[in-house]
Design a protein around this ligand. Structure first.
Ligand SMILES: N[C@@H](CCC(=O)N[C@@H](CS)C(=O)NCC(=O)O)C(=O)O
Length: 342
């Protein structure tokens, strides 16, 4: 009897695949490799994060993260397809497996992390919620907006934070909600609402779509913490690890001064053992993740380090024009910090 029940337990362990990456289905890495490309969920119309360029290729911080992930897996940053998703659609697309990773200006919250069956990879961009108004309405603070009509996107943290902020300050407001970001901009531009609220980076980005962009200002209050980052489905630790370590390589490369321009030289000549390990010239860390030995080299060669990605998509020389601020590396007084690659 005892022997029988032990045998049953053993059989269960074997059948359920305990110790494996994902008991019920094939590992995500194997699925992605078998189909030959990564399917990445993005916003798709948010300059700086994900938007098509003149030739119809998606660009932006969220896009470049997925390109870096494709470079790590395939040695080819182009082996990625993008699925534009609305805020409302994004979690279902991840849960159903329609996309392999969600990289869509998504705020990491407890409710989403635990309630949507997903894991957040890290914070690609530390943001906070802001409110934009037309300068000529003469409002200088969010607290002057009592009784205002405010345009918002459905299915976002924005909707919830706004209600909290107004309630906490004893103010009233009328929300007008839309599913698509461009509908919000259009309604705001037409004067259907007194103010437009969203993540501050998104306001900076959406302001570019307004004809008279200098006629608008973002009020000083930061209503919330909006740590934006990619997410994967629960249940596949290897895939989660891969997604995290690609993000960390982007940060560590910046910290060690490795760029897309000097990565070949650094791999050949750097005396820094961290750099050697990250680029696969020393040690065998890639295979621990199920990736090629040189995955870090491919990420940096093809996508650039975090600083390069930030500067080309969001930095002061772009139309969005955002300083690094809290998104600087920890070694420069910011919050971006990655564990060591060893
Ligand atoms: N970071 C917030 C807000 C993200 C968000 O979805 N923002 C709006 C404004 S850019 C949006 O994408 N709207 C839906 C759409 O255009 O599809 C969240 O994760 O909820």
């Amino acid at each position: 009897m005892r022997i029988n029940s032990m045998a049953a337990v053993l059989a269960f362990i074997v059948l359920a695949g305990w110790g494996g990456a994902s008991p019920a289905r094939a590992a995500k890495l194997d699925q992605v490799k078998a189909k030959g490309f990564l399917q990445c969920g993005i916003h798709g119309a948010l300059p700086g994060f994900s938007t098509p360029d003149d030739r119809g290729n998606f660009t932006g911080l969220d896009v470049d993260y997925c390109r870096a992930l494709a470079a790590a897996i395939f040695g080819d940053a182009n082996k990625v397809k993008f699925t534009p998703l609305t805020a409302k659609e994004r979690f279902t697309a991840l849960q159903s497996g329609e996309i392999d990773i969600l990289s869509r200006n998504t705020t990491w919250t407890l409710g989403r992390d635990a309630g949507q069956g997903i894991n957040f990879v890290g914070v690609l961009f530390y943001d906070g919620q802001g409110i934009m108004v037309k300068k000529d309405i003469g409002v200088k603070s969010a607290k002057d907006l009592d009784g205002a009509t405010i345009c918002i996107n459905q299915g976002t943290t924005t909707e919830l934070n706004l209600a909290d902020f107004f309630r906490a300050n004893g103010l009233k407001f009328t929300p007008i909600t839309f599913e698509k970001a461009d509908e919000v901009v259009a309604a705001y531009a037409k004067g259907r609402c007194d103010a437009y609220t969203s993540d501050r980076s998104q306001l900076a980005s959406q302001r570019l779509k307004l004809a008279d962009r200098d006629a608008h200002e973002i009020l000083p209050e930061v209503l919330s913490k909006e740590p934006l980052g990619p997410a994967v489905q629960h249940g596949d630790d290897q895939w989660f690890d891969i997604a995290k370590w690609v993000y960390y390589v982007l940060l560590d490369a910046e910290e060690y001064g490795v760029t897309s321009q000097n990565v070949d030289d650094m791999r050949a000549t750097s005396k820094n053992a961290d750099v050697q390990r990250m680029l696969g010239a020393q040690g065998d860390l890639g295979p621990l993740l199920g990736l090629p030995k040189d995955f870090g080299y491919q990420v940096i060669k093809q996508a650039g380090n975090y600083g390069e990605i930030y500067e080309r998509n969001l930095g002061p020389d772009t139309p969005i024009g955002l300083e690094r601020g809290v998104n600087a590396l920890w070694s420069n007084g910011g919050l971006q910090y990655a564990p060591p690659i060893r």
